[in-house]
Design a protein around this ligand. Structure first.
Ligand code: ADP
Ligand code: MG
Length: 694
């Protein structure tokens, strides 16, 4: 079998030495496949000669005519103006850089062919610096009937050069089957996909018949084929992980309604219908001996935590341990408080482990986890470190901020080994994800949605206000807090730097303390010690603080029902979903809540549109859809979204219309030609070994 193109380095091409290879690498072209999949930005139509009389502004064209005159014009800048005519009309060719040899060459009567874009010039229609050559009057167009691709490039890498490299590879392609077809004909037919070699060829040597469609911005059918295949590969990589995890065998932990019943009786509220439904779905998964792989999506405040606690108890009822992982320290500590409050009265011991649990305390917790004394372990990702040894881990609940990666999944799987199987996984996302995206990004998981908020919530009134009205905002804050309400003041920064962000919050807290001496004001940010943060949060929760100045660390999960006012500075710097998460911190009690989005003028059209979405909607799914529309999938899924964010050809936003078919096609491939799955993943997914060897 020939070496596949994605394993052959560009340096094997004729004329590619170290220097050229380096240039190619600069734009991500390392292998022959990379060059083949390097899509043209646009195409030029040089396939036919346009009569000069039909020339239009703003359209590149090939024309041919005889030189009428060639004179040096002395206007503001010296230039050579050459007029040519073909019987249908005449046009000027203007050169600001020219030689006298060039002028002499353009003698009247000489037939020339040129390519360029006509503009309105001093002498009527003119083409500035056209590419041109002298031809015989009846000389045929020497290019075949294909459009000329224009590629994204970098300094020192000419279009000519990329085109010729492509040609070299296309020759190799027709001579070998190094670019193998992994999509069976039946599948291609069903989804109207050209073959891969045909697609690749058409991409670089596009028939002129496509010109119109491409110029009007349509997706190239070849591009559709490549994007489709790439999306399939990603979908399949996740399905492969799923298949392997599911095949591993898990634990049968049926609902025994002992501990779960007790907790429900003890709660001051009844579960919503949506919570009950999701719980039933998870409970059925746990009963099955196949490992659960379930995603629970639910808007901020929809009550995911109690659902998690009840699944944890179902594991405990069966004598299994459960791990509950939160994305941040603050959240982990909050979960710890909740779980202790709920589980301790039932006699279920809880342990805690985070990066900040150290020394003897850590050793003691590790011992409780290993001996099985701790039935539930709450913590951050520190839970999955190598030295954490579970006695009998049956369930992992992951409250995630970003995608839980494959390697993390792998680490988790090993944690169950001692108990002889794979722990169930219940993944909770704080950010609602549009359906099509979820289908792609979470192809390995079954989905449950908590699509109902607990009763009695009053919607948050959101106001968009300029920071030139800061004084008014502060007055409002003073008046609300002196009436016994509590508030958040959230500081944002452009820089990713946590240090700067914390500093900004410190400065803001100082300023507010000076302006509002009658209020007690607390501060939390990511650089404080866990114990300090906990102290401040506890004080705020207990109502000892009026105002909490915070960085975006409070984003997820923090729950203080009496807080009814939130001011977010420079909300234009944050994503909509992030703003939605933040805003979800208020509106949890019975008082009407307000969120002031205090922007810094001037706002771009886009930013304005985004803040308006926040003003008008409080539905996380609607907001996520808008965020996807306005900012694209990379942002919605979070920057750490592996794989999907760095696709070669596909673009989740442009190619969203393919996702439903992609899923069906991936399923079909897995069922009918499973031997094609691994090579397809290998072709498209970086770090594919990770997926294939799980
Ligand atoms: P999230 O889904 O954002 O994680 P939480 O689990 O933190 O939401 O729940 C938000 C608040 O709603 C908590 O105070 C929780 O105790 C409360 N809650 C959860 N379920 C219900 C319910 N069915 N009825 C009333 N309050 C509930
Ligand atoms: Mg939560």
């Amino acid at each position: 079998m020939p070496e596949p193109f994605h394993h052959i380095p560009v340096s094997t091409l004729k004329g590619v030495g170290a220097a050229m290879a380096e240039k190619l690498a600069k734009i991500g072209l390392h292998t022959l496949q990379d060059i083949l999949f390097h899509l043209p930005l646009r195409y030029q139509d040089r396939t036919s000669i346009t009569p000069i009389g039909h020339l239009q502004l703003e359209g590149e064209a090939v024309i041919q005519g005889a030189v009428v005159s060639a004179d040096i014009a002395t206007g503001r800048r010296r230039s050579l103006l050459c007029r040519i005519a073909d019987g249908t009309g005449s046009v000027g060719l203007r050169f600001y850089h020219f030689s006298s040899a060039q002028k002499n060459q353009l003698k009247p009567g000489t037939e020339i062919r040129c390519f360029g874009e006509p503009r309105r010039g001093a002498s009527g229609l003119e083409i500035y610096h056209p590419e041109y050559s002298i031809v015989k009057p009846d000389e045929p167009l020497n290019k075949e009937a294909t459009l000329t691709p224009v590629y994204p490039t970098t300094e020192g890498l000419t279009q000519q050069r990329i085109r010729s490299l492509c040609e070299q590879i296309l020759m190799k392609m027709s001579a070998s089957d190094a670019l193998e077809e992994w999509l069976p004909a039946s599948l291609r037919q069903r989804f109207q996909l050209p073959s891969l070699t045909e697609a690749v060829k058409q991409l670089h040597q596009t028939p002129s018949a496509f010109a119109q469609a491409l110029c009007s911005g349509q997706r190239h059918p070849a591009q559709r084929r490549l994007a489709f295949e790439e999306l399939m590969a990603h979908n399949l990589s996740l399905r492969t992980v799923r298949q392997k995890v599911r095949a591993g065998g898990g634990f049968c932990m049926p609902a025994r309604h002992t501990l779960t019943q007790q907790l429900q009786q003890q709660l001051p509220f009844a579960l919503t219908a949506a919570q009950k439904r999701v719980l039933r779905e998870a409970s059925a998964d746990m009963t099955s001996s196949k490992p659960m792989l379930r995603l629970v999506q639910g808007d901020v405040g929809s009550g995911k935590t109690i659902v998690a606690a009840l699944t944890v108890l179902q594991a405990a009822e069966n004598g299994f341990q459960a791990a509950v992982m939160a994305p941040t320290e603050i959240l982990a500590e909050q979960h710890e408080r909740n779980f202790r409050e709920w589980l301790t009265p039932l006699g279920v011991p809880v342990a805690f482990l985070s990066g900040k649990t150290t020394g003897n305390k850590r050793l003691a917790e590790l011992e409780r986890i290993a001996s099985g004394e701790a039935m539930v372990v709450v913590g951050t990702h520190a839970l999955f470190q190598a030295d954490v040894d579970f006695h009998k881990l049956g369930l992992a609940v992951i409250d995630e901020q970003h995608r839980f990666g494959v390697h993390q999944r792998l680490a988790l799987r090993q944690k169950g080994e001692k108990a002889g199987g794979q722990p169930d996984q219940l993944i909770m996302t704080a950010t609602p994800i549009p359906r099509t995206l979820a289908m792609t990004a979470y192809a390995d998981l079954d989905c449950s949605i908590i699509d109902e908020l607990p009763p009695g919530r009053t919607p948050v009134n959101t106001v968009v206000i300029g920071d030139d009205r800061r004084d008014q905002v502060i007055e409002r804050l003073r008046s609300a807090c002196t009436k016994g309400q509590q508030a958040y003041w959230v500081c944002t920064l452009v820089e990713e730097s946590e240090a700067l962000q914390c500093q900004a919050a410190e400065v803001m807290a100082e300023q507010l303390r000076a302006t509002l001496p009658e209020l007690s004001i607390g501060l939390v940010h990511g650089r404080m010690k866990a114990s300090e943060k906990a102290e401040v949060m506890t004080a705020f929760k207990a109502g000892h603080l009026h105002l909490l100045v915070a960085t975006t660390v409070i984003e997820v999960g923090v729950d203080v029902p009496n807080a009814s006012l939130m001011i977010i500075e420079n909300p234009e710097r944050l994503g909509l979903s992030q703003l939605h998460q933040l805003r979800g911190r208020v509106g949890r009690g019975s008082v009407a809540s307000h969120c002031l989005l205090m922007y810094h003028a001037p706002l771009s059209q886009q930013s304005k549109a985004r803040l308006m979405v926040m003003r008008h909607s409080s539905d996380g799914f609607v907001i996520a859809e808008k965020d996807l529309e306005i900012r694209g999938p990379g942002e919605v899924l979070g920057t750490r979204q592996t794989g999907l964010a760095q696709m070669k050809v596909a673009n989740l936003e442009r190619d969203r219309d393919l996702l439903v078919d992609v899923r069906t096609a991936a399923q079909q491939l897995m069922e009918k030609t499973p031997e094609h799955v691994a090579p397809l993943i290998d072709r498209w997914v970086s770090n594919s070994e990770e997926y294939l060897n799980v």
